[in-house]
Design a protein around this ligand. Sequence first.
Ligand SMILES: Nc1ncnc2c1ncn2[C@@H]1O[C@H](COP(=O)(O)OP(=O)(O)OP(=O)(O)O)[C@@H](O)[C@H]1O
Ligand SMILES: [Mg+2]
Length: 438
Amino acid sequence: MFKKLRNKFLVLNILVTSIVMLTAFCVVYLTTYRNTQSEIEQKLNNVTGSFTVSESESPEDSGVDLSGKSVDEKRVTSFNKVTSDYAPSFILTVDKFGNILEINSLIDISGTQYAEAASIAWEENNDSAIVIAGRTWRYKIAPLQITHIQNGEQTRFESEDQFQILFLDVTDMQKNLSNLAITFLLVGMGMLAVIFVISIIYANRAIEPISESWEKQKQFIADASHELKTPLTTIMTNCDVLEANEDETIKSQKEWLGYIRIGTDRMSKLINRLLTLAKIEGMETKTEKQSFDISAMIHEVMQSMDAAAAIKNLRIERRIEFAGDIYGYVDFLRQVFIILYENAIKYTDESGSIEITVQRMRNRVSCTVKNTGKGISAKDLPHVFDRFYRSDTVRSNDENSYGLGLSIAKSIVEQIDGKITAKSMENEWTEFTFTFEI
Ligand SMILES: Nc1ncnc2c1ncn2[C@@H]1O[C@H](COP(=O)(O)OP(=O)(O)OP(=O)(O)O)[C@@H](O)[C@H]1O
Ligand SMILES: [Mg+2]
């Protein structure tokens, strides 16, 4: 169940991270791609906007300019518009059949490669990219711009039978784009791997306490059901006996009725303990602290259990090492003291002794209940606060012990931000101390 939950959590985590990462990478890549494309477009447009200057005295003389040079010759000199800004690039001027008329270039490639470039560009004419001399070129075909200057006046028009093809080397830009894509891919995969590992660690850590408390809860229900089974069986068996002797008087059946009473008492104690536990664990707000006399509270509890202590002939000593009222959760503290005192009476051997000490250290008060007796073994000591935990001797001998008292005491003490500890020396003494703020 928890493995499934963990895997779901992992898949969701990786999915969300991948989507976020993919979106971020796509946005960056597409933006870079668009910027590169518009940069190429801009460069192509700028250069094809270059023009041929043709000077003549009159439009009729358009074949010869003022210096006596032919228009074609003049064009060659004035056409030198390929600058280092747009390098590496070259411009081919072609006639309407795609034959090269002029080559204006800053790069060094052979005449056949120019011819090949011109013929591919002229045939495809779709402004796409071509590969010449091992480099990738984008090109643009535009009619030749002619400017007439006559008597200082300029007239611009487009030639109908001559065209310029600008070739721009985009190899590096495309390489940059594909490098960017590869980098994103590698970084993305690396990051996903790292995120996967981190997610597994965190998912396991996050699920561990949930799964632990789930297991504890399951164990608790199993233990509680088991504990309820014994008194229930007692009650049922004795009811059967009563039914089998229905003509007998109540007086003569007293023995069976007595067993039924023991069973119901046991169940009632267990249910009360379970209810207390549930109440404490589910409690979200504490009751108000109030001023009280701890000495009086202890005295009251001891009085209520005098009979039990007297039967065992116990010697009880009480030492309150300060005077005056303190401030605290009196009802909670009383419950904890009852549990510890009850245990002390229960687990002290006959004629043993119990010692109760209350001390004050600045804003804290500690209450220690120490008793002689068998004590708790080092093996049992770390578990005494676990629910339903009883030492082996108690488990087999005591019908009226559930192993819930100390776990209730611990829950209460934690609820009021206090602390409870246990110490013991086997066959000598046992000591429980709870400390709380006042
Ligand atoms: N004062 C003590 N001296 C010796 N052993 C103790 C003492 N208090 C507790 N223990 C040991 O710790 C175990 C747990 O105590 P806890 O009070 O939780 O349960 P319990 O007394 O067995 O049953 P319950 O309190 O639910 O009736 C006991 O079974 C006993 O073995
Ligand atoms: Mg107890």
